[in-house]
Design a protein around this ligand. Structure first.
Ligand code: ADP
Ligand code: MG
Length: 470
């Protein structure tokens, strides 16, 4: 199948040629024809498989193919002037986007906007704008006043603008939820429902998610009509181009020494080191800088400007090692990232899949290394169950753990033989803190034990208890 045979608008074909895309990826092969035909889509497919184009090309195709509209390209002020000229009462005109993409994070929103600009570069007068938390209000007002056809937004900030009457969704034609599972995890479910309630029922809806089970599936059914389901890769076949391994470590100092050693691997082009907390991201980035690595931290406490600068330094190659938290690193798409290191294991197996997907982009190979305390073996098992892959355990000469991996099989109530309590180590983040509130714990839907999406997840809270699953 080719992009031409799918029948995409010539302007889009030209942009794709310029972007160097020669043929559609598997998810694009399935999604593009259905989306162009106007169908709703529910899509799960691995990271890096080209989902952005799978929704944005049909959306742009729709804009490019639409018959010229008298108000097209006019800013709200021009429209207001035209209305005044006709003798109508002048009034403030809200932006009336035709395409809305909701994303969980600012980084992902910016990435989608950049991709949209690339795919839409040959279509005259089509504007895409990101509406994000952390961006100054006046700047956003100015962007909205240009009446962009395409809005890419995180839910919270978008609602602020809707409530102040700056955006009107009555002309919306296409709604996209990108990384819907993550948006629900982050507690955006009510915001999403509110936004959707303001859009026309006639809209086309496309939902992308790592999973279509549980709460995402329920929402997906509510907001789509006769959707086409596209599930490209089962979790089992994910990331075959990424070589994964686990290194067991005895303690924090062992972990740090091993990380330093591994980062000196000459085959590393660029690397991302994942930490559980923002503080650790800062601390480790500082430590690596002192050790001579060009490292930088990226996390949610940083201002948008600082985050953008860090990401730009990563893209330009000035930063070689990015030390990041999950949410901050979501959606990072830098092909030169050859290695991902899990300094801490992620809370959820899904996050593991997203983390390692930062490498092996655009068809390249990648390496994903997890540094694991002996007590965390159970969490490795969970990841293995989720990905349906066994992650080989590796040992580096000179950095062998004192305990063997098999001796570290965790049992309920198990404690390391030396009596050391992992949770008490300063600076060390153990995998689970029983009773610690989840970030999204306040979401109303989080309550139903076992019934909802979260109830089905391995959320780490059960670690150390005998039941295993909620
Ligand atoms: P996903 O959202 O599934 O994680 P992206 O849409 O971010 O994936 O795309 C991943 C990478 O693949 C990007 O660098 C993108 O430019 C590239 N890409 C997408 N589609 C194609 C294609 N048909 N041919 C070549 N590269 C592509
Ligand atoms: Mg994506």
């Amino acid at each position: 199948m080719t992009f031409e045979s799918i029948g995409l608008h010539p302007f889009i074909l030209k942009a794709l040629t310029e972007a160097g895309y020669t043929q559609p990826t598997p998810v694009q092969e399935q999604a593009l024809p259905a989306a162009i035909a106007g169908r709703d889509l529910l899509v799960s497919s691995q990271t890096g498989s080209g989902k952005t184009a799978a929704f944005m090309l049909p959306a742009l195709h729709k804009l490019a193919s639409a018959p010229a509209d008298a108000s097209a390209g006019k800013t709200p002020n021009q429209q207001a002037q035209a209305a005044r000229a006709k003798g109508d009462r002048p009034r403030f005109q809200p932006a009336q986007p035709k395409i809305l993409v909701l994303t969980p994070t600012r980084e992902l929103a910016l990435q989608v906007t950049t991709a949209t600009e690339k795919y839409g570069s040959q279509i005259r007068g089509v504007k895409a704008v990101s509406i994000l938390g952390g961006m100054p209000y006046p700047k956003q007002m100015q962007l909205l006043s240009r009446n962009p056809e395409i809005l890419v937004a995180t839910p919270g900030r978008l609602i602020d603008h809707m409530e102040s009457g700056k955006i009107d969704f009555s002309k919306l034609e296409v709604l996209v939820l990108d990384e819907a599972d993550r948006m629900l995890d982050m507690g955006f479910v009510d915001d999403i429902e509110l936004i959707i309630s303001k859009t026309p029922a006639s809209r086309q809806t496309m939902l992308f998610s790592a999973t279509l089970d549980g709460m995402v599936g329920n929402m997906a059914r509510r907001i789509t009509k006769d959707p086409m389901m596209i599930q490209i890769a089962s979790s089992a076949s994910r990331h075959e181009n990424i070589q994964q391994r686990v290194h067991f470590v005895d303690d924090l100092s062992h972990k740090n020494r091993l990380l330093d050693h591994l980062l000196r691997d000459v085959t590393i082009d660029q690397a991302v080191v994942f930490t559980a907390t923002k503080r650790d991201a800062d601390t480790i980035a500082d430590r690596l800088n002192i050790a001579g690595f060009a490292a930088a931290a990226l996390h949610g406490d940083m201002h948008q400007g600082a985050r953008n600068r860090t990401l730009n330094s990563l893209r330009s190659g000035h930063v070689r090692v990015l030390v990041a938290t999950d949410v901050a690193a979501r959606g990072i798409d830098v092909p030169a990232i050859t290695h991902v290191f899990n300094y801490d294991l992620p809370k959820f197996p899904e996050d593991y899949v997203h983390r390692i997907g930062r490498t092996g982009r655009a068809g390249r190979n990648g390496i994903a290394v997890s540094l694991v305390n002996h007590a965390e073996g159970v969490h490795v098992k969970r990841i293995e169950r989720f990905t349906k892959q066994v992650i080989p355990v590796d040992v580096v000469e000179g950095y062998e753990p004192k305990k063997t991996a098999s001796a570290s099989r965790p049992r309920p109530g198990w404690r390391p033989g030396d009596g050391r309590k992992p949770a008490a180590k300063p600076g060390q983040r153990t995998f689970s803190k029983p009773g610690a509130p989840r970030k999204d714990g306040a979401a109303p839907s989080a309550g139903g034990a076992g019934g909802g999406y979260r109830g089905n997840r391995d959320d780490g809270r059960s670690a150390g208890r005998s039941s295993g699953r909620g």
